[in-house]
Design a protein. Sequence first.
Length: 179
Amino acid sequence: MMRWLLNIGFRRFARLNDYDTTYLQEMTDAWPGAGLRYLVLPALSRLTGPDPDIWAGAILASVLDGDCGPCAQLVCNDALAKGVDPACLAACLRRDFAAAGAVGLGFCFAEAAIEGAEDAETLRVEIVRRHGARAAIAAAFAAASGRVYPVLKRGLGHGAACHAIRLGEKDIAVVRADP
């Protein structure tokens, strides 16, 4: 019964978001308890805080770090639905952070936090100064949790690399950070 209910929910999510949930359905068919635990993840990754722009940048950076195109598209669609400017998302995808405003600040913070870079604390303090402590907390949650989805999908044999994201009528090529 639990398997059936979970898969109904995953199929509904797929329809509403134009997103392939085959990996979730296969996981749930093999182990319903894992499917149930999966439902907890959005509580972490969708903690947007008071500024969706900061969250959007951080979650996008985290998902791109995990390198999943469908996951990144889903995150961008969610950010757009929350009112995030598509031009700022596009600027992050092109790594033009000066043009990305608060979205770029969230993106740079998440990259620094994930990499353990020295500027992570400076960026966190800047988020707190401009947007408040809750925005920094939301960005930290997004940085930590966004990459769970791509890693899980790849681990279950369903990963798909991210090359371009559709924002409105435009496909924006994803520019990778220099190694």
